[in-house]
Ligand binder design. Structure first.
Ligand code: FCB
Length: 452
């Protein structure tokens, strides 16, 4: 018999953890727009994702207006984190909450929200990991051209300075961007038809985001000397659907995996992209991008398959995965061995300590008749991926932490609330939080790991 919150008497066996460091950090990740709600509260300005919601572009015409109501329920959510036993919590600040116009006068009530959150985390013994940008760009900045405007670099650096000045007495871990390759590729029409103007705008945006990253690193470091700074990348093997698609897979790898970490850590753009990006560069730019970093944030879900498509915007499109490739319930690839491979690749190519800042599994779940969510598939996914990480660490990858995506079911971008990634089920009509079985399994894993 299961208790109402799905905590079974016995949980599936934990993976081996013998390859991991003694000071390994266990955590969970979320992002501002996906959980906060309160989008019109206390002077917050609109973001591009509010606009998308209003335009009806999200599944089921969902919006982020309420989301998980974390803005009001952050204390309850920190209590959940405490029950999990995590050491670190990665969240993002909503740029339009602290600077409603993206620049200019800061919004004191918005700033005060993150004071409350950070203080609650520290009181609970959980280290705050603050990400500056998880896709919710202020609409006012987008109206001025967003990342295609070179001025966006200075606006972002000013925002970084504001955040560092306000929270730097309590926050030491900062990420500049979450998955820059994903928001640029998809923001400029990946999968769409040929459009040379849109493609060119994306190449310009890639360069400006890299410049914004480097400039923000300096702004953070100047105000918080003891800070530990990274950038969070979505990195996975980009594989060809058929042997003929091998060049397309190489091109997709350049855009998807390399366009940001290569300039940021090695000082060059991938050779396949140079001709496209160099026209947007000015003398001295690369030196502003390549700043010393403390760690590499790795978001990983599964390998991606590509095919050549000369009619698509960037020359490639998603292709079919092999018939025997594992799949999650929402059709994402599932291949722990690819995670192992990625950890070794990132370790070899960038030489930075790696924190897995996102990994997890999506499903379309409902409460069962007992009011519980027994998510054994998620447990099997996490178990296999954590075991693969342990093996990669044994094989020499310098991996130092792991954050599950996500603490809570939340607003999953275009899919709205139809897809759930949480360790905790959110009953949206009542906002009740119901820990799934995986919540208890992960708590058990952390407890065991920390006793080793
Ligand atoms: C990542 C995003 C995160 C979430 C997960 C499922 O690409 O960074 O916000 O949507 O996917």
């Amino acid at each position: 018999m299961l208790p109402a919150d799905g905590n079974p008497a016995t949980l599936p066996a934990l993976p081996p953890l013998t390859g991991l460091r003694r000071d390994f950090i266990w955590g969970v990740s979320t992002s501002s727009f996906q959980i906060e709600g309160a989008t019109r509260k206390d002077g917050r300005g609109p973001s591009v994702w509010d606009t998308r919601g209003q335009q009806g572009l999200i599944a089921n015409r969902d919006t982020g207006d309420v989301a998980c109501d974390h803005y009001h329920r952050y204390k309850e959510d920190v209590a959940l984190m405490q029950r999990l036993g995590i050491q670190a919590y990665r969240f993002s600040v909503a740029w339009p909450r602290v600077l409603p116009q993206g620049r200019g006068t800061p919004n004191e009530p918005g700033l005060a929200f993150y004071d409350r959150l950070i203080d609650a985390l520290l009181a609970a013994g959980i280290e705050p990991w603050l990400c500056l940008y998880h896709w919710d760009m202020p609409q006012a900045i987008d109206d001025l051209g967003g990342w295609t405007a070179r001025d966006s670099v200075a606006w972002f650096a000013d925002y970084a300075a504001l955040v560092a000045g306000r929270y730097g007495d309590r926050v030491k871990r900062f990420a500049t961007f979450n998955e820059p390759s994903i928001f640029t590729l998809f923001g400029f029409g990946f999968g769409g038809g040929q459009d040379a103007v849109a493609a060119d705008r994306m190449h310009r945006a890639i360069h400006h985001v890299n410049l914004a990253h480097g400039t923000a690193v300096d702004a953070l470091r100047a105000r918080v000397p003891a800070s530990s700074i990274g950038c969070v990348h979505n990195f996975q093997p980009c594989r060809p659907s058929t042997p003929a698609d091998t060049p397309a897979a190489a091109l997709s790898d350049a855009y998807w995996n390399r366009a940001y970490p290569d300039p940021q850590s090695r000082g060059f753009y991938p050779p396949l992209l140079r001709e496209k990006i160099e026209p947007h560069m000015q003398p001295g730019d690369m030196a502003r991008i390549v700043r010393p970093l403390d760690w590499f944030g790795l978001n990983h879900y599964g390998p991606t398959y590509f095919k050549a498509d000369p009619n698509s915007r960037f020359g490639f499109d998603f292709g079919a995965a092999p018939a025997d490739m594992g799949q999650t319930p929402i059709g994402w690839t599932m291949d722990p061995q690819a995670f192992h491979e990625t950890l070794l690749t990132v370790d070899r190519d960038y030489g930075l300590p790696i924190y897995v800042t996102e990994n997890g599994m999506g499903e379309k779940e409902q409460l069962d008749a007992n009011g519980a969510v027994i998510d054994n598939k998620r447990i099997a996914f996490l178990r296999a991926y954590i075991a693969a990480m342990n093996d990669a660490a044994s094989a020499g990858a310098d991996v130092r932490g792991y954050f599950v995506w996500s603490l809570l079911d939340n607003f999953e971008w275009e899919a709205g609330y139809s897809v759930r990634f949480g360790l905790t089920y959110v009953d949206y009509p009542t906002q009740r939080r119901i820990p799934k079985t995986s919540f208890h399994w992960y708590a058990d894993l952390i407890k065991t790991a920390r006793q080793q």
